[in-house]
Design a protein around this ligand. Structure first.
Ligand SMILES: [Fe+2]
Length: 512
């Protein structure tokens, strides 16, 4: 081969090798840093927060935290691969900054918020992420752009809970959501009750099943797959009676478990859920459970039986099952075969439920009201936006009467920035479940962090069930427009790399 040809071959190989080698060094560097950082609660949601993360080698566990990014407080744990530190004695309704590490190597600055004290809880619930990585990553990104207090996951994270690599991929795909808010979950059959699950998530009490409270809600998380491991529900049933007796005063009680009690699926018809129906449902009915959230059947379905609402929220990445009318059961209200997640806004006197497809289109909604009044709710699905400044974001605002009585007056609404009213609009009279939609085009002229507040019924004309859903805040991170890619610097890198390969050969040749 001629020297010219050799040079050409080396140059071409270098061009192909360069990105791979850069990626290799990036991964190596990342592995000595804390990774898969996520939040959960093991105890009181208003005064504690548990932070978990992993390192590739065993090293000490340190969390620095405080009200700003100078931290000031520190909690030190043992040397581990799976790090768990619970912060206690926190102030309720307070945002904290934190970073995790071993005292020398640190994560980036992050934040969390303890339980709010305004009696308004927003949480996201979904499950079954299994193996369609692009779909589950997209779902996680979409959910991360909604303002919520925490997430509930109904099980079946991965295809096989035994495979550590599948968990690594899962944490990578779910990181947009895990970066934002605490994550509470239950075991699915695919976790196979493996230690990987227990190592990955720090949960209350026994972890396999537990309960926790947030605002007016008592949550009960059950392990619905124990019979698959030769076990029985006996232990959980004893615990469930005691737990529900002790939390009887809560306005809303929500059960989370992977296998559903009711679902319009062949499995239900085959009797696969008969044990849940026979052993657990009577207890749910005895203690007036409001809602049971499950997964396992890979579609969305809402059902009702004896005053309890049953939700199957079964796919953000698991292969979808057909929602087939052939298997439709009497308890079914609505259903669809689509990737989806659910969002609940809960107040002491109202539980407002919405299910969305992952493109944010509305799939289902309903509201439980404890008062006989009208109630206006303002919503946008996505609360967090980012983009370049001068870009226009189309904000679709929807105002709905989710109360129990019609509204006969037109009401005034406004969109405000920190300093001024940007726009006002009128909301027409709305009957129960009637909506009015309005579009606002948002753009900012400088890079920076912005927010706007949308307020409805600003003159307080309507006597409503609640005022908490009359205001929403939207956040916008406007970025600098990036400069054009420098081809010169890329070219210099490639030439230097080629020279590094050629020079030793030339020197060796000269010596011989
Ligand atoms: Fe499952």
């Amino acid at each position: 081969m001629s020297t010219k040809r050799k040079l050409l071959v080396i140059t071409l190989i270098s061009i192909f090798i360069m990105p791979a080698s850069v990626q290799f060094f990036q991964i190596s560097a990342a592995e000595i840093h804390p990774r898969e950082v996520h939040l959960s609660w093991q105890n009181d949601t208003s005064t504690t927060m548990t932070i978990s993360w992993k390192t590739s080698e065993s090293t000490s566990s340190v969390v620095q935290y405080g009200l700003d990014n100078t931290y000031g407080l520190e909690e030190i744990g043992s040397s581990e691969l799976f790090h768990v530190i619970e912060l206690t004695g926190l102030a309720p309704n307070t945002a904290y900054h934190f970073r995790v590490g071993n005292g020398e190597t640190w994560s980036s600055d992050r934040d969390f918020k303890t339980e709010n004290t305004n009696n308004h809880v927003t949480f996201i619930a979904m499950g079954d992420s299994r193996h369609n990585r692009a779909d589950r990553a997209f779902s996680a990104k979409q959910m991360s752009q909604i303002s919520a207090d925490f997430t509930i996951f109904t099980g079946d994270f991965v295809d096989s809970g035994l495979d550590a690599n599948q968990w690594t991929n899962w944490f990578y795909d779910f990181r947009p959501l895990l970066n934002e808010i605490p994550f509470m979950c239950v075991l699915g059959n695919h976790e196979k009750n493996h230690s990987n699950y227990y190592n990955n998530f720090a949960l209350p009490g026994k972890e396999e099943y537990y309960s926790f409270n947030y605002g007016p809600i008592h949550f009960v998380a059950l392990h619905s797959c124990v019979p698959s491991y030769g076990g029985t529900f006996d232990e959980q049933i004893d615990w469930l009676h005691a737990d529900l007796q002790a939390h009887n005063e809560y306005e809303w009680k929500i059960v989370v478990l992977h296998r559903p009690a009711f679902a319009s699926s062949p499995r239900y018809n085959d009797g696969d859920y008969d044990d849940i129906k026979a052993l657990l449902v009577p207890i749910f009915e005895q203690y007036n459970i409001t809602m049971v959230l499950s997964g396992h059947d890979h579609f969305y379905e809402r059902l009702a039986n004896n005053n309890i609402t049953y939700i199957v929220a079964g796919s953000v990445g698991a292969p979808l099952y057909e929602f087939n009318p052939v298997y439709r059961i009497n308890q079914s209200i609505t259903g669809e075969s689509t990737y989806h997640f659910t969002v609940m806004d809960v107040y002491p006197n109202q539980l407002d439920f919405r299910a969305f497809r992952t493109d944010y289109s509305l799939l289902d909604e309903f509201t439980f009201n404890k008062e006989d009044k009208p109630d206006l709710r303002v919503e946008v699905v996505q609360n967090k936006y980012s983009g370049f400044y001068n870009e226009t974001k189309e904000i679709k605002i929807r105002v709905t009467n989710i109360g129990e009585q019609n509204i006969s007056e037109t009401t005034a609404a406004s969109i405000e920035s920190d300093f001024s009213v940007l726009q006002t609009f009128d909301v027409p009279a709305l009957d129960v479940r009637e909506s009015y939609e309005f579009q606002y085009n948002w753009s900012v002229s400088e890079p920076g962090a912005y927010n706007i507040i949308i307020n409805i019924d600003i003159n307080d004309i309507i006597d409503e069930i609640g005022e908490g859903n009359n205001e929403i805040v939207l956040f916008y991170t406007a970025l600098e427009i990036p400069k054009k890619t420098s081809y010169t610097s890329n070219f210099i890198m490639i030439v230097s790399f080629v020279l590094m390969l050629i020079i030793p050969t030339v020197i060796r040749k000269k010596k011989t």
